[in-house]
Design a binder for this molecule. Structure first.
Ligand SMILES: Nc1ncnc2c1ncn2[C@@H]1O[C@H](COP(=O)(O)OP(=O)(O)OP(=O)(O)O)[C@@H](O)[C@H]1O
Ligand SMILES: [Mg+2]
Length: 567
């Protein structure tokens, strides 16, 4: 080793001591040795510096050093030492804290070794200490940083999961909305098709039923000798019964297409349910339990009572058919807030009618089809597949919503929302007041009727029936010719304007009525219609005869209109 520097010109032992001191200082290592027989410790200057004590070459009691150990680490240090002593592997390493006399806490890394006498008796315990406080601080900072990264990762993953779920939900909602739109468009298309057909059938039925009635009256007036008379009567009976069935089917189709003339009024659904309770019970077998949960203080609704009754009965029959093995039928009512179909519209008030059963349920693939006309899973002759179509059309036409939830094997819930009656709806009451098509007494008269109907067969039947009832009839196919006739004849000779609501040539029955009323305000007006979509009756002329009508219904409606006006 070259002379000079810190080790130049030193004696051997001095060199050793100084070299060791320098190595200790530069590595930060303190060396110590405990005499296990005296329990005293000797240490290098660096050892004492680490402890924060004044360096000394003297032995000091080991208790002084022990007392400096951090209270939380004491047991661990002693246990480690014991294990080194008793475990046979005399060396030992540990990290622990000390509290210096100035109150500062330091982390120490200690490594020691037991030195024994030849008989195995432990004599000394020697080792080194290293101040690792800075390393510990770095480690802690690193651990904190690692934990922060892990936390950020977790948060990121969580955000990704949430966003994915949100996107999935949005996609699901979009698919559902598309499905609903598709479903609504399909229902609209089917509705228009059905409506067109039903409307034509309605006119045909009007002609068939009217002419059957004329035939019956003719046979009754002019009896034929038996058996021809009887045979003829029976044939007419059969044809009339079949026409009645056809009329019901056409009405349900019209109801589905929202073309059924409705006669809404303010009504309490609770009262309606209670009134029908006996009939509901009679429709069901003994093995079906009936439960009603009617909300007190239920709002009134504004709807056609007859139609709503048939809605409820249709739902009850469906529930019954789904519970052949027995079960429970629940009818509930409540007040509800829901969003109307118009986008962005605020919540509106509805009255809710729920029919719930514990039957076999509806398969998911059938759920989108149940409103379609003629969709049925019932065997031939048991169901026509028009019940829910009628329910759907009626509810939509009444400004409401219908929803079906079903679970195979558990049951079905049909939820109907109908608008709460408001002052506005009650005021509209007069507008659509209808005439019951089944009024029985045949009322006759001799007044002059201006009869406007575009369908030639229906017109011919109407003229013949009205003339048969004693009236004088002027028949016209559209509004323009009706007005020409009015110009030609003395208007005061016309005792009743009886017109179809829908007329060709751009002028509806309603327009015609307005012109007539503007000329002679007290002329009675009677409308006939089987097709009332978007038709609002003019105020003060609420009479409406639903097609197809019988001669009795025609007679009573005509008489009622003329007499009502002259009162
Ligand atoms: N409560 C219910 N439980 C199980 N299935 C039902 C229920 N209501 C309706 N369905 C199913 O929906 C189909 C259509 O019902 P919808 O009332 O329109 O017709 P239908 O009952 O078959 O015949 P209709 O009512 O004209 O006599 C039924 O055939 C049945 O499959
Ligand atoms: Mg049904």
């Amino acid at each position: 080793m070259a002379e000079g520097g810190p080790f130049g010109l030193l004696r051997g032992d001095e060199f050793d001591r100084d070299a060791l001191a320098l190595a200790e200082a530069s590595a930060g290592i303190g060396v110590w040795s405990i005499d296990l027989t005296t329990s005293c410790v000797r240490g290098t200057a660096q050892f004492f510096r680490i402890l924060g004590l004044p360096p000394t070459t003297e032995s000091i009691p080991v208790d002084v050093v022990r007392a400096m150990r951090h209270p939380d680490d004491r047991e661990r240090v002693v246990a480690g030492f014991r294990q080194a002593l008793d475990g046979g592997n005399d060396s030992y390493e540990i990290e622990y804290r000390i509290v210096r006399p100035d109150g500062g806490t330091r982390w120490i890394f200690g490594r020691g070794r037991v030195i024994r006498a030849s008989d195995g008796t432990p004599l000394r315990y020697s080792g080194v200490d290293l101040d690792i406080t800075d390393r510990k601080a770095t480690e802690a900072a690193l651990a904190a940083a690692t934990e922060e990264v892990a936390r950020m990762n977790r948060e990121l993953e969580q955000r990704v999961r949430e966003r994915t779920a949100q996107l999935e939900l949005e996609a699901k909602r979009r698919t559902e909305a598309e499905l609903r739109l598709h479903q609504a468009q399909k229902m609209e298309a089917v509705g228009q098709l059905t409506g067109g057909i039903a409307h034509d059938f309605n006119n045909l039925l009007q002609v068939i039923m009217g002419n059957l009635e004329i035939a019956r009256m003719q046979v009754a007036r002019d009896p034929m000798p038996p058996p021809r008379g009887e045979l003829l009567m029976r044939a007419i009976d059969t044809a009339q019964r079949a026409s009645q069935t056809a009329k019901q089917t056409v009405h349900r189709l019209l109801a589905f297409s929202r073309l059924q003339p409705l006669t809404p009024s303010e009504l309490n659904i609770n009262a309606l349910v209670e009134d029908l309770a006996d009939m509901v019970r009679r429709l069901l077998d003994e093995n079906i339990e009936v439960e009603t949960a009617l909300a007190p203080a239920l709002w009134p609704t504004f709807a056609d009572r007859n139609q709503l009754e048939s809605v409820l009965l249709n739902l009850v029959v469906n529930a019954r058919d789904a519970m052949t093995q027995g079960g429970r039928l629940t009818i509930e009512t409540s007040n509800a807030h829901a969003r109307p179909s118009a986008a962005g519209a605020p919540d509106a008030e509805y009255v809710c009618l729920v029919v719930r059963d514990t039957g076999h349920g509806i398969a998911p693939e059938h759920l989108t089809k149940v409103y379609e006309p003629f969709f049925t899973t019932k065997e031939t002759g048991k169901g026509s597949g028009l019940g829910l179509s009628m329910v759907y059309g009626f509810v939509k036409q009444s400004g409401g919503h219908v929803r079906i939830d079903s679970e195979v094997g558990r049951g079905t819930t049909v939820r109907i929302l109908l608008p709460r009656a408001t002052r506005g709806s009650a005021a509209a009451r007069g507008a659509a007041g209808g005439v019951d098509g089944d009024a029985p007494p045949v009322a006759r008269g001799h007044e002059c009727i201006l009869f406007v109907e575009d369908d030639e067969d229906v017109r011919r039947f109407g003229v013949s029936a009205l003339e048969d009832l004693g009236y004088r009839v002027i028949a016209e196919p559209d509004a323009a010719s009706a007005l020409r006739t009015l110009d030609a004849v003395d208007g005061s000779r016309i005792d009743l304007l009886f017109t179809d609501v829908v007329l060709p040539g751009g002028m509806s029955g309603r327009d015609l009525a307005e012109v007539v009323l503007s000329r002679r305000s007290h002329t009675p007006v009677l409308f006939a219609s089987g097709y009332t979509r978007n038709v609002v009756m003019p105020e003060g002329s609420p009479r409406l005869l639903h097609k197809p009508y019988t001669i009795e219904a025609l007679a009573s409606a005509v008489r009622g209109a003329i007499d009502g006006a002259s009162k």
